[in-house]
Design a protein around this ligand. Structure first.
Ligand SMILES: [Zn+2]
Length: 295
């Protein structure tokens, strides 16, 4: 099967065969053919390229070839090999295959975790990387560290043929999107959805339904998408976390996220649903007007 990724923590014996190299300097990733058809470079090893990583993590295999994540120092200390360049990971959205993009997300998430967990947080000893699972363990006190994933909900609220979109100060000028927020300890995700929508816009929701999910490693989130229906309330925003919010008809949307994100997938789903409905209504009207009158 093309592109199939098989995760593993058991590092193979190093050879001089090409391996996928996910090389990051913070959130900048080394891309092959960055201007034409961006992809992840395949290199046998980093030393011959003059790159000495601060950290290297084995991820598994893709198309039978090993995959490694590597962190390098600041960009001014690294010379990218020919035909490659460092680019912001977020700019790759929609420009490379989704499975490859999610592998990049896996790589940066694990590098970030590994760099933050060098030492035991209980006794300070250096943690040892485990081979059998994605974990580190303290040789003294036995404390274990696993990669942390922070769940966040993202929700499209519907009211008839309109949806609730909001503008946050983090967005570029004039852009609106669906609402999002982190789950709190002790909450179900459905409760997170209801709380976030109420806190941010004063709107109550019902019929919260799972839509889909997306890894979002900036630094360690998993975005869990939902749809919900309007249940009551009037829009009221706090003016700090949310600047403006409104009910937008599916055919009169403001500027919305342009790349292939779960926010955009939710909005596209809503628009498509109403466009299809409109087409069906149109066909029904045409049929009616074409039906000969019996009188
Ligand atoms: Zn310890």
């Amino acid at each position: 099967m093309k592109n199939q990724f098989i995760p593993s923590t058991e590092q193979p014996v190093k050879t001089m065969e090409p391996a996928w190299r996910f090389i990051f300097s913070r959130y900048k990733l080394l891309i092959a053919s960055p201007d034409s058809a961006p992809s992840i470079p395949l290199f046998p090893d980093l030393e011959t390229l003059g790159i000495s990583p601060l950290e290297e993590i084995y991820l598994g295999t893709l198309e039978g070839k090993p995959c490694y994540a590597a962190a390098v120092a600041d960009l001014d200390q690294v010379e990218p090999p020919p035909e490659t360049a460092f680019q912001d990971l977020r700019l790759l959205y929609g420009r490379i295959d989704q499975e490859l993009l999610y592998l990049c997300f896996r790589a940066i998430h694990l590098l970030d975790w590994s760099q933050k967990t060098k030492f035991c947080k209980k006794c300070g000893r250096e943690l040892i990387v485990q081979e059998a699972e994605r974990a580190k363990k303290c040789p003294d006190c036995g404390h274990q560290s696993f990669p942390r994933i922070s769940p966040a909900v993202i929700v499209l609220v519907e009211r008839d043929n309109t949806c609730l979109l909001a503008r946050s100060p983090r967005f570029q000028d004039g852009f609106y999107s669906v609402l999002a927020g982190f789950a709190e300890p002790g909450e179900t995700l459905e409760e997170t959805v209801a709380r976030e929508v109420l806190e941010e816009t004063g709107i109550e929701v019902k019929e919260v339904r799972y839509f889909g999910s997306q890894p979002w490693p900036f630094p360690d989130s998993l975005m869990i998408g939902f749809t919900a229906q309007y249940a009551g309330g009037e829009i009221k925003v706090d003016g700090t976390e949310i600047l403006e919010a409104g009910w937008f008809p599916y055919d009169q949307l403001p500027k919305i996220p342009g790349r292939i994100s779960i926010a955009r997938r939710l909005i596209d789903w809503f628009v498509n649903k109403h466009q299809n409905q409109e087409e069906q209504d149109g066909e029904a009207t045409t049929l009616e007007s074409n039906t000969p009158s019996l009188q």
